[in-house]
Ligand binder design. Structure first.
Ligand code: HEC
Ligand code: HEC
Ligand code: HEC
Ligand code: HEC
Length: 439
């Protein structure tokens, strides 16, 4: 009898504990109260038109629209479309033979995404639909109707007929619940390749992951130009480079040097999550780029996403008491990164000129020259992982400077190998950038 009572009591305790845990997990995963506010209309799943969502959420909608009006610039970023090629003509040499040497402007607000992708000179008759992947709130619906493989295979010009919205609510939110979701199938696939399921992520984690729908490194895989994030081995630069090497992938071949090159694309997510101080402290992209603002008694997330340096009191002041100080730290970090980056570029240009000279010499040692090209390819990718990232190093200063140091070293090694391949020390000359820009 005694045993029975103990067993029953234990069972009751276990059941109660399970119910309590279940209830706690349930509440933990519920969206905050403010999102449950009465919605005036029912929004269809994946509704492409943000105006419709705006009926229920006028503050978020109105602030999203402001991204169309921003023009203010900062020392290295901001919202005008300044030309990176004019600001830094070395990049014309670094991207020779590739469309980025012709047209490469700075990013601006989300409302401009569609206009800008349609007007860049990098788009041609051969451009695949894949290029629309991070530009429009029509995508989630199109992906679910036609599948991503078909979307990517369709010609840019043909797919464009079905696309009339810039980035909007459907890119980040699930209609009805308004929770943050992964909408880009390529992100879902990249996470699951690493054994991760975003549906188990915390709300704070999603405030970063949702930006990873687009602010990432990617490439177009195979003939179907299938959008792929190269994260199978991990999303840090070393794993990504290793992945591309195994895939034997190249974006283009550098003219006269014949190096199989890679182009990096805006890896904000990868850079930030590679152990930055803020990421490790649990800070999210939205904390800095979408701070809470007030409309009377209501608090909402500012959807007017832009450089936090344009509103540091809101963006940084929620956590840092001395805003002027942290903003001055950003300036110090960015100047340091810019100067280091330019020195890396000079080293890569020297390597390019040396490899071109060696390639023109039919007596060159083929093995050494191939090694020089591999070093050139790697140097440029590590440099571009920093250069194409949009924070000029702020998102992760230590990591950024480490990658630039590696790139400079690899570029100088490339130059040395090229010199050895033809036994000509004269191509070890430095500072050839100035001669390279001469016609
Ligand atoms: C601790 C604050 C902070 C966090 C967290 C943060 N950023 Fe930033 N971000 C900045 C600052 C500061 C800049 C530099 C702005 C400038 O140079 O004007 C910046 C720049 C940018 C830019 C370029 C802005 C421009 O004006 O061109 C983009 C895009 C961006 N961040 C995206 C992200 C994404 C995506 C994440 C998360 C993966 C993220 N940021 C996390 C502070 C932050
Ligand atoms: C680029 C991604 C993105 C887009 C586009 C976007 N949101 Fe959000 N939204 C967020 C993030 C991040 C949060 C913060 C969520 C959280 O803290 O859980 C948020 C929060 C919200 C919330 C919760 C309340 C609040 O303000 O924090 C509502 C409601 C909302 N968004 C509505 C909209 C509407 C309506 C649109 C389209 C007009 C839209 N969002 C477009 C990312 C986005
Ligand atoms: C659906 C794809 C997509 C998502 C999701 C997305 N972005 Fe963007 N973002 C873009 C594109 C594309 C641009 C560049 C638009 C242009 O230049 O026309 C951009 C531009 C920006 C800029 C530069 C704005 C300026 O005025 O210079 C910032 C900052 C930024 N995004 C931050 C974020 C943050 C933070 C998140 C997550 C909360 C996020 N983005 C989510 C695609 C996206
Ligand atoms: C959500 C909170 C939060 C926000 C928002 C935030 N920070 Fe921080 N920041 C931290 C934490 C936590 C640390 C870690 C050091 C500490 O404990 O102060 C940190 C550290 C720093 C450091 C020192 C970095 C290092 O490597 O030691 C700088 C610089 C900085 N923040 C700048 C900024 C700027 C600029 C902004 C606004 C664009 C900003 N932070 C926004 C929480 C935040």
């Amino acid at each position: 009898m005694k045993i029975n009572t103990t067993v029953i009591l234990t069972a009751i305790i276990l059941v109660l504990a399970a119910v309590l845990t279940g209830t706690m997990v349930f509440y933990k995963n519920q969206p905050p109260q403010e999102r449950a506010e009465t919605q005036l209309i029912e929004i269809e799943p994946m509704e492409p038109d943000s105006h419709v969502w705006g009926i229920n959420f006028p503050n978020q909608f109105a602030s999203l629209l402001k991204t169309k009006k921003n023009t203010a610039d900062t020392a290295y970023g901001g919202s005008s479309m300044f030309s990176h090629l004019e600001k830094d003509p070395r990049q014309v040499i670094l991207f020779t033979g590739y469309p980025f040497s012709v047209d490469y402007n700075d990013d601006r607000g989300h409302e401009w995404a569609l206009v800008d992708v349609r007007s860049t000179k990098r788009v041609s008759d051969k451009t695949p639909g894949t290029c629309y992947s991070c530009k429009s709130s029509n995508n989630p619906k199109l992906w679910s109707e036609m599948g991503m493989a078909e979307f990517d295979k369709t010609k840019f010009s043909e797919l464009g007929v079905q696309i009339d919205q810039a980035i909007g609510c459907a890119n980040c939110h699930e209609a009805g619940t308004m929770r943050l979701i992964v909408t880009n199938p390529a992100l879902e696939e990249a996470l699951s390749a690493q054994g991760k399921d975003w549906k188990t992520f915390s709300r704070q984690e999603m405030r970063t992951v949702v930006c990873g729908n687009c602010h990432v490194e990617y490439y177009f895989k195979g003939d179907g130009k299938y959008l792929t994030f190269p994260w199978e081995k991990g999303s840090d630069v070393d794993s990504i480079y290793e992945y591309y090497t195994e895939e034997g992938f190249k974006d283009w071949e550098y003219p006269e040097a014949l190096t199989p090159m890679l182009k990096a694309q805006h890896p904000e997510y990868e850079t930030y999550t590679a152990g930055s101080t803020h990421y490790n402290a649990g800070v999210s992209c939205a904390d800095c780029h979408m701070p809470y603002v007030r409309d009377g008694a209501k608090k909402y997330s500012m959807h007017d996403i832009h450089s936090p340096l344009l509103n540091p009191e809101l963006a940084c002041g929620q956590c840092h008491t001395n805003t002027d100080y942290v903003v001055s730290r950003v300036a110090t970090i960015q100047d340091q990164v810019w100067n280091t980056k330019v020195a890396t570029e000079d080293a890569i240009v020297d390597a390019i000129n040396a490899i071109k000279a060696a390639s023109a010499d039919s007596a060159a040692d083929a093995t050494l020259l191939a090694e020089a090209r591999e070093l050139h390819r790697k140097a440029q990718f590590y440099w571009d992982f920093v250069s194409a990232e949009n924070s000029m190093g702020f998102h992760n200063p230590e990591y950024t400077l480490r990658n630039l140091a590696m790139a400079t070293d690899l570029a100088r090694q490339a130059q040395m190998k090229a010199s050895q391949s033809i036994g000509d020390p004269s191509i070890l000359e430095t500072g050839t950038y100035y001669s390279a820009v001469q016609p």
